[in-house]
Design a protein around this ligand. Structure first.
Ligand code: B12
Length: 221
C-alpha cells in the first residue's frame, strides 16, 4: 500500500504536470504511480483529470488559450498511456456487451469521451468509437450495423447538447431496445430524463456500473 504522503505527492505532480503541460513530468510520475502500486483509477481521476479541471478554470479566466489546452491534453494522454494497462474496475471480468460512443455533431471536445471509452474497454465491453463531431445519424447507423446494446453520447456545449435529443429519437425509432446513455459537462440527470435517455453518469467512475445496470434492465424486458 502506498503511503498517504507518497499518494499526495504523485497526484500533485500528475495534476501539475498536466496544468504546466510537462509531458516528461507526467510520464515520470505515472511510472512512479505504477511502481508504487497506486490505484491507476485514483491516479487518472484525482491526478490527470483533476489537472484538466484546473486547465478548464484557467481557460475560463482567459489565462490559457487553445494552444495551451491542447498541450495539456497531450500531457494527460501521455500519462493515460502508462496508467491504462494497470486500470482495474469492478466487474471487469468477461465481455459485457457492445457500446457505440462518440461526441455529437458540432462538438470537438473528446477528452472526457475518451476517458469513458477507456472505462468501457477495461470493463470488458467491445467499444465502437465514432470519434468527435459525429453526424447525428451516424450513431443510429452504427448501432444497427453493430447491434450494440448501448449508445453513449458526449456533449460539452449547451448548443451541441441539443443534438442528443435528436439522436435518441432516431435510435429509438429504429430500435427501441437500445439503452442510451448521456454525459458531458452541461448534461445533468434531469436533461437526460427530459431527452428520453436511459442513463446518465456524471463522470468516468460510475459510467460502467450505470451501463451494466441499463443492460440488466434491457434484458428483463
Ligand atoms: C479542453 C477544452 C477545449 C479543447 C478540446 C480538446 C479536445 N480534444 O477535447 C479545445 C481547445 C479544442 C476547445 C475548443 C472549444 N471550446 Co472548449 N473547453 C475545453 C475545457 C477547457 C475542458 C474540457 C475537458 O476536456 N475537461 C476534462 C474532461 C476530463 O472532463 P469532461 O470533458 O467534463 O468529461 C467528464 C464528464 O463530463 C463525463 N463525460 C463526458 N462525456 C461523457 C459521455 C458519457 C456517455 C458519460 C457517461 C460521461 C461523460 O465523464 C468525463 C470524465 O469524468 C472546457 C472547460 C470546462 N471547464 O469544461 C471548455 C468548454 C467545454 N469549451 C467551450 C467552448 C465555448 C469552446 C469553443 C467554442 C471555443 C472557441 N470559441 O473556439 C471551441 C469549440 C469547438 C467545437 N466546435 O467543439 C465552453 C462550452 C460552453 C458551453 N456551455 O456551451 C467550455 C465550457 C469553456 C467555457 N467555460 O466557455 N475546448
Amino acid at each position: 500500500m502506498v503511503s498517504e504522503e507518497k499518494r499526495a505527492e504523485i497526484l500533485k505532480n500528475l495534476s501539475e504536470g498536466v496544468v504546466e503541460y510537462e509531458e516528461d513530468r507526467v510520464k515520470e510520475y505515472a511510472n512512479i504511480a505504477v511502481d508504487e502500486k497506486l490505484d491507476a483509477y485514483d491516479a487518472i481521476m484525482n491526478g490527470l483529470a483533476a489537472g484538466m479541471e484546473i486547465v478548464g478554470d484557467l481557460y475560463d479566466r482567459q489565462e490559457y488559450f487553445v494552444p495551451e489546452i491542447l498541450m495539456c491534453a497531450d500531457a494527460l494522454y501521455a500519462g493515460l498511456d502508462i496508467l491504462k494497462p494497470h486500470l482495474k474496475i469492478d466487474g471487469s471480468t468477461g465481455a459485457k456487451g457492445q457500446v457505440v460512443i462518440g461526441t455529437v455533431q458540432g462538438d470537438v471536445h473528446d477528452i472526457g469521451k475518451n476517458l469513458i471509452k477507456m472505462m468501457f474497454d477495461v470493463g470488458g465491453f467491445t467499444v465502437h468509437d465514432l470519434g468527435r463531431d459525429v453526424p447525428l445519424e451516424k450513431f443510429a447507423d452504427e448501432q444497427l450495423r453493430t447491434d450494440s446494446e448501448i449508445v453513449a453520447l458526449s456533449a460539452m456545449m449547451t448548443t451541441t447538447m441539443m443534438g442528443m435529443k435528436k439522436v435518441i429519437a432516431m435510435i429509438k425509432d429504429k430500435n427501441p431496445n437500445v439503452a442510451i446513455m448521456l454525459g458531458g459537462a452541461p448534461v445533468t440527470k434531469d436533461v437526460a430524463t427530459l431527452f428520453g435517455a436511459d442513463g446518465y453518469a456524471e463522470n468516468a467512475g460510475n459510467a460502467v456500473q450505470e451501463a451494466i445496470k441499463m443492460i440488466g434492465q434491457l434484458r428483463k424486458l
